[in-house]
Ligand binder design. Structure first.
Ligand code: SAH
Ligand code: DHB
Ligand code: MG
Length: 219
């Protein structure tokens, strides 16, 4: 059996066929670049995945770990129903300021940016739970910590999405990993194994370019 590995030409194909980004989303990337933020927003196709999965799940209350410039936040917010809400966590006040402007320009009124280290700040929103979906996309070393929080604060049937679970191509054991990535890569291996070995989650990895983990809380 041939295993599927997403390659660049597949991603380019998707983006050539699907209208992945409108002018507004392209401008979010541009404003982020101009403000000196790192270019690590989800890609165009993953933006589509986020929107479709949020809508497909019927999520109304979504939590995001890692706001950056609000690119993925807009993708999520556009898929929410009118009463939907998004709580998004960002360590950096500078990034949060860019994201606040993004949400204002996008006329996204349902998003609340919480500034600070997400693991410490998550308890402050527990009163609004249980939540329907948690998107994890920051602080790879603590992915398992965010998964534990998600389990405790999602409804049964709620889901987790997690970006970058292929660890920039270094996830497979035996891969030569640059020293500065070692801790994150190991943490992502532990995260994937934790998801795979836990009957409380029905889980898989969608083989996008970055690897998008998808897990449903089943009990
Ligand atoms: N989801 C965004 C990209 C997030 S990049 C998008 O696709 O558009 C990761 C972001 O998480 C960065 O802005 C970084 O500053 C922030 N971050 C890193 N560690 C964090 C932590 N411990 N708590 C909250 N945010 C963190
Ligand atoms: C990095 C983080 C991300 O979430 C991502 O999608 C790509 C790169 C990084 O920390 O380098
Ligand atoms: Mg990411």
């Amino acid at each position: 059996m041939k295993s599927f590995v997403a390659d660049e030409s597949i991603g380019q194909y998707i983006e050539s066929v699907f209208p992945t980004e409108d002018a507004f989303l392209l401008d979010v990337r541009e404003r982020a670049r101009a403000a000196g933020l790192p270019d690590i927003h989800v890609g165009g196709a993953d933006g589509l995945h986020l929107s479709a999965l949020v809508r497909m799940s019927g999520a109304r209350k979504v939590v995001e770990i890692g706001t950056l410039a609000g690119y993925s936040g807009v993708r999520i917010a556009r898929a929410l129903p009118s009463e939907g809400r998004l709580w998004t966590f960002e360590f950096s006040p500078e990034h949060a300021a860019v994201a606040r402007e993004t949400f204002r320009l996008a006329q996204v009124n349902c998003a609340e940016i919480v500034i600070g280290p997400a693991l410490e700040k998550l308890p402050s929103i527990e009163e609004f739970g249980p939540f329907d979906l948690v998107f994890i996309d920051a602080d790879k070393e603590n992915y398992v910590g965010y998964l534990d929080w998600a389990y405790r604060n999602l409804r049964v049937g709620g889901s987790v999405l997690a970006d970058n679970v292929f660890a920039w191509g270094y996830i497979a054991p035996g891969t030569q990993v640059p020293p500065e990535r070692r801790e994150a890569v190991e943490a992502l291996r532990v995260f994937n194994a934790a998801l795979a070995g836990d009957a409380r989650w029905m889980a898989t990895i969608l083989p996008t370019g970055e690897g998008l983990a998808l897990a449903v809380k089943v009990r």
